[in-house]
Design a protein around this ligand. Structure first.
Ligand SMILES: [Fe+2]
Length: 303
């Protein structure tokens, strides 16, 4: 049993489902966060150009998302405002976690579908677990595009994830949306703390109301963050693993090879796709950070 959470019951629930739901913000803190969002509007830089030109219409970003903002000072101010309120509370739940990315996510009416995905890998997931704290500042529902997750899908799929790394579940997206999602429907100020490897999705805001939420990404205090960059410029595609910290993500350019950061290692990229029967088997199979069973060990000797 790991000790990510201070509370043993939360730890067990998190290990089983890949997420837990906890109370996080008071009514006053919710208001404080809304004020922070609207108070910083003037220094927003707009969507970074690279996101504009690279996303095709299917993946066009139709929600306001701090991470993709062009003004680094805006991103820094958001990080300060969110961590100031969130960290004292997060520390009560989590054992020695540090924040690396803080986002406001605002979905305008009838916009803002976030495609099915796993968050990028922010740590070596065979050894560590990064989490996102997702906290809506309004009551969330199916109608306004609440967070939906595939329970138990954490640490089962695609441990190497980055902006340019093809997703092994790309061909499974519609099946998963149709058959596996569970809506969180949490109230304003409640939070979902999820493993970043958990498969999740959120639909359009199909209401006229405000649909504003916060995402704070944290990694264990004992390690650094990593970033997987797919490099297809050589004969064979390779994945470069960079050492990252919160400043790396502030300045982040999504599609360029990172400069001035330490490269930890590289490995060959091997394409991998998953079909529906395999998906179901893996979903109910062993997590990548769990030891192999005796049977699996014997099988691997003979395979
Ligand atoms: Fe996400």
């Amino acid at each position: 049993m790991k000790n990510m959470f201070r509370d043993q019951q939360l730890q067990e629930e998190f290990e089983k489902n890949g997420y837990v739901i906890v109370p996080l913000l008071t009514a006053q803190e919710i208001q404080q966060m809304k004020d922070a969002y609207f108070g910083l509007e003037d220094i927003k830089g707009g969507l970074r150009k690279e996101y504009d030109v690279t996303f095709d219409t299917e993946h066009e970003i139709t929600y306001d998302f701090t991470f993709t903002d062009a003004n680094v000072n805006y991103k820094k101010a958001v990080f300060e405002k969110i961590t100031e309120v969130f960290m004292p509370i997060a520390d009560k739940y989590l054992n020695n976690y540090k924040p690396i990315i803080a986002n406001f996510i605002n979905k305008n009416p009838h916009k803002g579908e976030v495609p099915l995905h796993q968050n990028w890998a922010f740590v070596d997931e065979h050894k560590y677990t990064s989490v996102s704290i997702w906290c809506p500042l309004v009551d969330s529902s199916i109608e306004n595009g609440t967070l939906q997750v595939v329970p138990g899908s954490h640490k089962r799929f695609a441990p190497v994830r980055g902006p340019l790394v093809p997703w092994e579940l790309e061909g499974m997206k519609q099946t998963i949306i149709n058959e596996y999602l569970v809506p969180m429907n949490v109230k304003a100020g409640q939070a979902v703390i999820l493993d970043d490897s958990l498969i999740h999705y959120s639909a359009l805001n199909n209401t006229e109301g405000l649909r504003l939420a916060i995402q704070l990404i944290l990694i264990p205090g004992i390690t650094h963050s990593i970033h997987y960059h797919m490099d297809s410029t050589g004969d064979k595609p390779i994945v470069r693993v960079y050492k990252a910290d919160k400043d790396f993500y502030m300045e982040f350019h999504p599609w360029m090879k990172p400069k001035g950061v330490e490269e930890l290692r590289t490995f060959e990229y091997k394409p991998f796709t998953i079909d529906p029967p395999q998906f179901d088997r893996m979903l109910h199979g062993r997590a990548i950070d769990q030891p192999k069973s005796i049977l699996e060990n014997i099988k691997s000797i003979f395979s």
